[in-house]
Write a protein that binds this ligand. Sequence first.
Ligand code: SAM
Length: 284
Amino acid sequence: MSLNGQWFTEEVPVAGSAFSLKVKRKLHDAQSPFQRIEVYETEHFGNLMTLDGMVMLTTRDNFLYHEMMSHPALFTHPNPRRVLIVGGGDCGTLREVLKHPGVQKAEQVDIDEGVTRASQLFFPELCASNNDPRAALHFDDGIKWVRDAKPGTYDVIIVDSTDPIGPAEGLFSKQFYQDCWRALGPGGIVIQQSESPLYHMLLIKNMYEAIRGAGFADVSTLFFPQAVYPSGWWSATLACKDQPFDGFREDAAAARPFATQYYNAAIHRGALAAPEFFLSQVTE
Ligand code: SAM
């Protein structure tokens, strides 16, 4: 369906803001049991996927998010071998995780198979590692998956979910974090996309409270740009199961045997620097 010269717009009513991309045509439009999945061809951002009318990713700038959702956590854990991705149905995070040669198993659990099927069609570059023998794709509720996981199953859990509404709401609860705590092995780390520090500070504050209440020893947040998400300023919050964060494996990050477009040791270090207003709200 041609949309030449028209704009796709995502409005953020609570913030009185909106973000638009000029589109050429709509490539896909499907209603799954969980959400409406649409894909557009844009003029300057490649393909655009939206879920229930909210921007999920574009060809042009998804690297920012997928690299920051994977490499900081994996270079913080001393020896990440077993990784779980909750959500992540576009498979971009999975591809980044599998760049780490030390990872022995990467399980992805997205509730909606329709997202992965759309990504395979319109973002094939993100699905390039789906056939890696270390990868396992499951289509299930991540809340149930983590609840049913045996204690100590994972070294790193990456929660690459949609906003805390609908099926994703429970992924921001104390109960879910308690289940993550139990499913993580010693030194285990969970990282979760934690929305915009400018627009969603109350959510992040509640996340800190729930994560600490779930028994995690330390919590920290990474800040990074993400043009297509509300406010253009995004975050991912890390928590360590049983010890305070003490830097990250900088030498390994600097000597990493794979290419990135955004992540490097300096970016990692800088992303951990928290703004004053943020610290005043989350410091115990
Ligand atoms: N980058 C996006 C963002 O920050 O909003 C997230 C992208 S990823 C496509 C979000 C995924 O979370 C969707 O594919 C959705 O199906 C999945 N999801 C939502 N709730 C879930 C749940 N309870 N269990 C597993 N996957 C879930």
